[in-house]
Design a protein around this ligand. Structure first.
Ligand code: IMP
Ligand code: MG
Length: 170
């Protein structure tokens, strides 16, 4: 669906926008595990100003292709995020449910600002309105794998994004 070259090109553009907005604000870049780890890595290596990196784990899918409707959050934050500029890095926004939970949780800590950058946006699937500051690509409702994203924990290491096709069913 999206080649490694296309991903690289778009992430470079996004990094330029993020630099313009965040340079000098010492933001906390918040990676969402596991799916967002490659996007975050490629993004931050193109940001040449002070920032900090934290990770949060949010799980709503289990091993299925459908959102389970409830979200588990696992945090291990080593810094105080009160009054800090937070930038959440997400792999893909589907129903919006995971992000909604995450935003509400982080809001309680009293950040100075809270924005989201998502690599992929399945806009037509949204069940809850969520504010996205930056989006890499808008895609149709297909289950995708690669570049950090999995199906039952596999395929995260693909350097491109592909549509998942289950060869065991038809
Ligand atoms: P939402 O809560 O429905 O918005 O789902 C968001 C989360 O589900 C994403 O951060 C992903 O981790 C996962 N997800 C949603 N769609 C896909 C997909 O097509 N492939 C892999 N993971 C997905
Ligand atoms: Mg995710």
């Amino acid at each position: 669906m999206i080649s490694a070259e296309e991903l690289k090109r778009r992430i470079t553009q996004l990094a330029r926008e993020v630099s313009r907005d965040y340079r000098g604000r010492n933001p906390v870049v918040f990676g969402t595990l596991k799916g967002g780890f490659i996007f975050l890595a490629q993004l931050v290596t193109q940001l040449d100003f002070d920032l900090e990196i934290e990770f949060i784990s949010a799980r709503s899918y289990g091993d299925s292709e459908q959102s389970s409707g409830t979200v588990d959050l696992f945090k291990n934050i080593s810094i105080d995020i009160k009054d800090r500029h937070l930038l959440i890095v997400e792999d893909v926004i589907d129903s919006g449910l995971t992000l909604k939970w995450l935003l509400e949780d982080l809001e309680k800590a009293g950040p100075r600002s809270l924005e989201v950058i998502a690599l992929l946006d399945k806009k037509s699937e949204r069940k809850i309105e969520v504010p996205l500051r930056y989006v890499g690509f808008e895609i149709d409702d297909r289950f995708v794998i690669g570049f950090g994203m999995d199906h039952a924990e596999k395929y995260r290491n693909l350097p491109y994004i592909a549509v998942f096709k289950d060869l065991n069913s038809n």
